[in-house]
Design a protein around this ligand. Structure first.
Ligand SMILES: [Zn+2]
Length: 385
């Protein structure tokens, strides 16, 4: 896909809110914009008549009929029957997104020992899943081969036409799906999206794993319009939506908070070579190992890690005036003392009376990267988020 940063920024809208695109629709884009608006309305509003759809979108009946006919021909929308009116007037035909008519491949490359993926329907429901082990000696070609083998297995398992392949990858990912830097996967300037689309002959979208996790929260969860999702696994990364739009940054690295050094008291050595990076303090393998070594200190260890996170993100919350922080990671580590300590640190380090109601919560989404990767395909192909 040829695209610049601005064109590729994902339009985002939560249920009941209008699609917000980073660029204003040009006249020639009006049809695509109207189609996306119609599909977005149906996707979140559920089955309705053409007249309802015209009213909800503000588009004319003629435009709606035309767009609906096109989407029925594409197999994206289907008739689901006749609704008998309670009052006078003829019964209306009700239409909806055909959520089972197409499928999406969603792939998560952020795992520590394996790549995981699933075939999903358009509603984000997992139909079946597959995984492949990470190569023992990860070179760029070996990790690519593992990812494309997984995609092939999923394509073979799909039972409906495939809308596209969405991939959530760790690292810094450019707007065209090139991995600028993902040391754990041995990728640098690696054109993953281009290679996957070319090899498999399907539309592909490659994005950062934390960014797609946030899209899953936004589309299927209850994330608000000014939100940061912090994903904690082997490393720490974040995705940010501000004013209902994904924040991308000048070098596609917005949310790369893992290597911010927290505190002046030293700390563990990070994979990057520095001392005291946020992700050196707060990562799942380290916390798990520390807890198993000293089970009696579990509360103190988690509280310390939570405090480090709160310190690191307080200035971000203040600068962007965020309303909530969603943590994506193992609940047994992060649900209690960790979130409490992070909240306390945030309160102590931001303006009293202004940021008091900023909340931390744990995401309730399962398969968050896989489902978020599916949202990137819905967004790219249908304009639905
Ligand atoms: Zn580091």
């Amino acid at each position: 896909m040829e695209s610049s940063q601005g064109e590729r920024s994902l339009p985002v809208a939560a249920p009941g809110r209008h699609l917000r695109s980073a660029t204003k629709a040009l006249p020639e884009q009006a049809r695509a914009h109207n189609r996306a608006l119609m599909l977005q309305t149906l996707y979140h509003g559920g089955a309705m008549s053409r007249a309802d759809l015209a009213r909800e979108t503000g588009l004319t009946r003629v435009t709606i009929s035309d767009l609906v006919a096109e989407s029925i021909a594409d197999g994206i929308i289907h008739d689901i029957g006749v609704r008998h009116a309670s009052g006078p007037g003829k019964p209306a035909i009700v239409i909806d997104i055909d959520r089972e008519g197409h499928q999406i491949i969603g792939i998560d490359l952020s795992g520590t020992s394996k790549f995981e993926g699933a075939v999903l329907d358009l509603g984000g429901r997992v139909i079946c899943r597959r995984s492949v082990s990470l190569p023992v000696q990860p070179g760029s070609q070996q990790t690519y081969r593992a990812a494309s083998d997984l995609a092939r297995e999923l394509i073979a398992a799909a039972t409906r036409p495939i809308l596209g392949i969405g991939v959530g990858s760790p690292g810094v990912v450019r707007g065209d799906g090139t991995i600028l830097s993902a040391p754990n996967l041995s990728w640098q300037d690696f054109p993953l999206e281009h290679l996957i689309a070319g090899e498999l002959g399907l539309p592909a979208v490659v994005s950062n794993d934390a960014d797609v996790a946030l899209l899953a929260e936004y589309t299927f969860g209850r994330a608000r319009s000014d939100v940061m999702l912090v994903r904690i696994g082997r490393g720490v990364g974040a995705g940010i939506i501000t004013g209902g739009r994904p924040l991308i940054g000048a070098r596609f690295a917005a949310g790369e908070i893992g290597h911010v050094v927290v505190g002046t008291d030293g700390g563990p050595v990070c994979a990057c070579g520095r001392i005291g990076c946020l992700e050196a303090w707060v990562n799942v393998p380290r916390l798990s190992a520390e807890i198993s070594a000293a089970p009696s200190r579990v509360a103190a260890l988690l509280a310390d890690a939570g405090t480090r996170l709160g310190i690191a993100i307080a200035p971000i919350v203040a600068a962007l005036d965020l309303s909530e922080i969603v943590i994506s990671g193992p609940g047994e580590l992060f649900a209690g003392e960790f979130i409490d300590a992070a909240t306390t640190a945030l309160r102590a380090r931001t303006l009293e009376g202004v940021f008091e109601d900023v909340t931390f919560r744990l995401s309730e989404q399962d398969d968050i990267v896989i489902r978020g990767a599916a949202v990137t395909v819905l967004s790219a192909q249908l304009g639905v988020t």
